[in-house]
Design a binder for this molecule. Structure first.
Ligand code: GRF
Length: 191
C-alpha cells in the first residue's frame, strides 16, 4: 500500500481542515492511503485545534510573533514539514504571507474564496459579494511566492441568487470549499 502524507496549516475556524479529516484522512483512494500527518497553526486559540482533537490529532502551534522575520518563521515551517516527510502541504485558511524560503522548498496548495485571479487578498468574500459579478466561486492553486497567484488547479463557480445576502454568499463559498479542497488533494496524490 502506498502511503501519502499531508500537512495542513490553518489559522482559524478550521472548517476546511475538518472537511479534509472527514473526507480524506486515513482513507484509501485508488490504492493510496492518505494520512494527515502534521497539523500546524500560527494561532494558539484557533478553533481548528479542537476540531483536530475530535479526530485524535494534535496540532503544533508555531506562533509567527515568536520569530524575528517572515523568513525565520518560514524556515521553522519548512523544518517541521521536511522532518515529517510530507508529500503535500495544504494551506486551509492559513493567513500568513509566505516567502521564497517556504515556497521554493515546499510543494503546497492553497484554498482561496474567489474565482482567481479576481479578488486576491484577505477580503475576497466581501470583495466578490460587493462586486457586480453574477458569479462567485472558489479556487485551489499551487502556492508561489506571489500572493494568491500560483498555478490554478481547480475552480468551481456558483450563480448569485436574487437578493442573496452576504451570509448566504459566504455559506455557499464554504460549502464549495469543503468539496473542492478534498477533491484536489485526492487528485494530486493519486495521479
Ligand atoms: C476559507 O474561506 C478560505 O478560503 C480562506 O480562509 C477561510 C478558512 O476557513 N483562505 P476555515 O478556517 O477552513 O473554516
Amino acid at each position: 500500500m502506498v502511503i501519502k502524507k499531508i500537512a495542513v496549516l490553518f489559522s482559524g475556524s478550521g472548517s476546511n481542515l475538518e472537511a479534509i479529516l472527514e473526507k480524506v484522512h486515513a482513507k484509501v483512494f485508488n490504492g493510496v492511503l492518505i494520512e494527515v500527518a502534521l497539523l500546524i497553526t500560527n494561532k494558539s486559540d484557533a478553533f481548528g485545534i479542537q476540531r483536530a482533537k475530535n479526530f485524535g490529532l494534535d496540532t503544533l502551534v508555531v506562533n509567527h510573533k515568536d520569530f524575528k522575520s517572515r523568513e525565520d518563521f518560514d524556515a521553522r515551517l519548512v523544518k517541521e514539514i521536511t522532518n515529517a516527510n510530507i508529500d503535500l502541504t495544504v494551506l486551509a485558511g492559513f493567513m500568513r504571507i509566505l516567502t521564497p524560503v517556504f515556497t521554493d522548498q515546499i510543494l503546497a496548495i492553497n484554498l482561496h474564496p474567489s474565482i482567481l485571479p479576481l479578488f486576491k487578498g484577505a477580503n475576497a468574500i466581501n470583495d466578490s459579494y460587493n462586486s457586480d459579478m453574477a458569479l462567485g466561486g472558489v479556487s485551489v492553486h499551487y502556492v508561489s511566492s506571489e500572493l494568491d497567484a500560483g498555478k490554478i488547479i481547480k475552480q468551481r463557480a456558483f450563480e448569485r441568487e436574487k437578493d442573496m445576502s452576504l451570509k448566504e454568499w459566504e455559506a455557499k463559498i464554504h460549502s464549495i470549499e469543503h468539496e473542492i479542497l478534498p477533491e484536489v488533494i485526492v487528485e494530486i496524490l493519486t495521479k
